[in-house]
Design a protein around this ligand. Structure first.
Ligand SMILES: Nc1ncnc2c1ncn2[C@@H]1O[C@H](COP(=O)(O)OP(=O)(O)OP(=O)(O)O)[C@@H](O)[C@H]1O
Ligand SMILES: Nc1nc2c(ncn2[C@@H]2O[C@H](COP(=O)(O)O)[C@@H](O)[C@H]2O)c(=O)[nH]1
Length: 587
């Protein structure tokens, strides 16, 4: 994708060289309308007009907010592009719009001379401390440096615990007082591990990681959303990645697991574009007719619904097929998988272990179908607390005698089992009227009447879904690495990067996370991509048309809830010196 995809509007250009000020500014705007959404305006202007940053890429930008000022100071550390041998530190006073170099010779107190030039490191700012983690000098680095922004001094702090192994092009994201390091490239390995630095205790730890992690990668982006999860987008492994991942660090699920396991926990959830139909939990005592009703639904709407195939330790009944009716499992195996966080819920039911694996629910959602779960009340309670935003229906028999007659009539259980099931049925029936758990109570007396009622509850009383729930074709940008990401309200703004084939790009992508649903354990759905195309009035400003050229390895930082600073980058041939403000306004 090239510049032809972008049209720009030059609103104004000023050069005030005569006044001794090199100020070049422009304003470019584009209104992006999404169905039912507010109008968003993206506008660009140059920053750092009074004293500029040298051409740099593979550097870091870290904002440091002081209590007295609304605008942060932004520290640029290291990077490629200049001929200096030392680790450069530049500071932008965003209120004054001025970049100044902090001279390292006067600020370094280790006695070991100035630190050598470093690239592809990460930097995490907490208060007046900026931690510079890893990176590359003449080899891949595994050390951590600390820059005190008040004293303008470097130090090499000591830590408890094991530091991440040497790496570059990784990410470090600040959440509260902790720094989460993910991925990166070692001398011979590419990583997908997670390390946590607790800056309160100066301790590094490796957390218990729940869920399926993304593939190893470097030059990805990582930003915090919702204050509880880090979005990892793109990056490079053997090719440019286009997937979206959530590293959950403070979500209710992670907090609960941390409490249960008594140790540091993070959980992965894969980001999925678009909404998926709401899953349905069907609950009710054994023998009430849940399976019978679900079978009718599957028969009438084979393309619309998918059954979540549970795991169980009970033995298969005659005609039951492994992988179709249940995944029949041995208890130790199932317990181990539950411990590993692979289950959405599990419960001891009538003396056996039953559970819904995350994979079972995902398989249905991935097929674009509405997921039906047939589980007991304990399972329903757990699902209610999980991130699965389901519809809960309790099926009741017309009488207890009728329930017993159906269970006996089915002829699948021994007398002992029947008695156990009937005893449990009484307890389950007591929960049927719990409106905090169940959205609907349905009495299965006459099967045809009950089925029609079920269809009504599920919104199927017209023919609209008979062809299934077709997935909408969502816009999916091409994979990339070396791009930038920043957050404006619930939107992640991605700029540029390097695609497969070595092309640098200059598209502005917006990932809307306002519709986030689900999450770990499982996937995070409801993400929407849009491409913000900047429009121009070329007829009026043909010879002044400014462009923000294609680039990778640039850096961005949020200055305010609506303003992003972008600096430097590499266009495939040379380092770039732009410092640009991107204003994102929602009306
Ligand atoms: N409305 C109904 N009237 C009469 N019989 C019914 C009705 N609904 C279901 N049945 C019968 O009741 C028996 C139990 O039904 P089903 O197996 O669907 O129950 P279930 O709720 O899925 O039980 P379980 O929880 O043990 O799996 C079956 O033999 C089925 O044919
Ligand atoms: N909590 C869960 N309960 C489940 C699951 N799968 C089935 N069930 C419930 O078990 C009983 C008995 O089923 P049966 O096939 O042995 O008759 C029934 O009430 C089901 O709803 C599950 O994954 N989790």
């Amino acid at each position: 994708m090239g510049i032809r995809d972008h049209q720009w509007t030059t609103a104004w250009t000023i050069t005030a060289a005569a006044a001794g000020i090199s100020l070049v500014a422009w304003k470019v705007s584009r209104r992006v309308r999404n169905k039912g959404e507010k109008q968003i305006t993206y506008s660009l202007q140059y920053a750092g007009a009074r004293g500029s940053l040298p051409s740099l890429y593979d550097h870091t930008l870290t904002p440091v907010f002081t209590e007295t000022k609304g605008f942060p100071k932004v520290y640029s550390i290291g990077g490629n592009g200049t001929s200096t041998e030392h680790l450069e530190v530049w500071v932008l006073d965003s209120a004054l719009n001025k970049w100044t170099e902090i001279l390292p010779a006067s600020t370094h107190d280790t006695g070991a001379g100035v630190f050598a030039k470093r690239v592809r490191h990460s930097a995490a700012g907490l208060g007046n401390a900026i931690y510079v983690i890893g990176g590359y000098t003449d080899k891949t680095m595994g050390d951590v440096l600390k820059f005190d922004t008040d004293k303008e001094k470097w130090s090499t702090p000591s830590f408890l615990g094991d530091l991440p192994s040497p790496r570059s092009s990784h990410t470090a994201t600040v959440v509260g007082k902790k720094v989460y390091v993910f991925g990166g490239s070692g001398e011979k390995t590419t990583f997908n591990d997670v390390h946590i630095l607790d800056t309160d205790t100066s301790t590094w730890s490796t957390p218990t990681v729940l869920g399926e992690p993304p593939s190893p990668r470097y030059s990805h982006s990582a930003v915090l959303v919702n204050d509880d999860r880090i979005i990892i987008y793109g990056g490079h492994n053997t090719s440019a990645e286009s997937d979206i991942w959530f590293l959950e660090v403070e979500t209710p699920y992670v907090k609960k697991q941390r409490e249960l396991l008594g140790k540091e926990v993070v959980a992965w959830s894969k980001g999925v574009i678009g909404k998926s139909p709401q899953p349905v939990v069907i609950c009710g005592p054994s023998g009430v007719g849940k399976g019978t009703l679900i079978n009718k639904l599957m028969k009438e709407y084979p393309h619309a619904f998918g059954f979540s195939v549970s795991h169980t330790t009970r033995k298969p009944r005659f005609m039951e097929q492994d992988g179709v009716h249940y995944h029949f499992a041995e208890r130790p195996d199932m317990e181990a998988a539950i411990q590993e966080g692979k289950f959405l819920e599990s419960a001891d039911v009538h003396g056996n272990l039953y559970g819904t694996s995350i994979a079972a629910v995902e398989a249905v959602a991935d097929a674009g179908k509405r997921c039906i779960l047939d589980i007991d009340v304990q399972g329903a309670e757990l699902v209610k607390k999980s991130s699965l935003n389901a519809l809960f229906i309790f099926i009741s028999p017309p009488s207890f005698e009728e329930l017993e007659a159906r269970l006996r009539g089915r002829g699948t259980e021994t007398e002992e089992q029947i008695e156990k099931r009937l005893k449990n049925a009484k307890k389950e029936m007591e929960r049927s009227a719990d409106t905090t758990l169940f959205d609907h109570l349905l009495i299965n007396d006459n099967i045809d009447v009950a089925y029609e009622e079920l269809k009504k509850i599920m919104g199927l009383d017209n023919a609209a879904v008979s062809n299934g729930c077709k997935r909408s074709e969502e816009f999916q940008p091409e994979g990339r690495s070396g791009h930038s990401a920043s957050v404006v309200k619930s939107k992640v703004v991605i700029y540029g990067g390097l695609t497969d084939g070595g092309n640098t790009v200059n598209d502005l992508l917006v990932l809307d996370t306002s519709g986030l649903k689900n999450g770990a354990p499982g996937t995070t759905r409801g993400l929407v991509w849009t491409r913000a195309v900047l429009r121009s009035d070329l007829s009026k400003y043909a010879n002044l048309s400014p462009t923000l050229s294609p680039r990778c390895s640039h850096r961005v930082v949020s200055l305010s809830p609506t303003q992003i600073l972008l600096s430097g980058g590499f266009d495939g041939k040379q380092a770039l010196s732009d410092s640009v403000l991107l204003n994102v306004n929602e009306r």
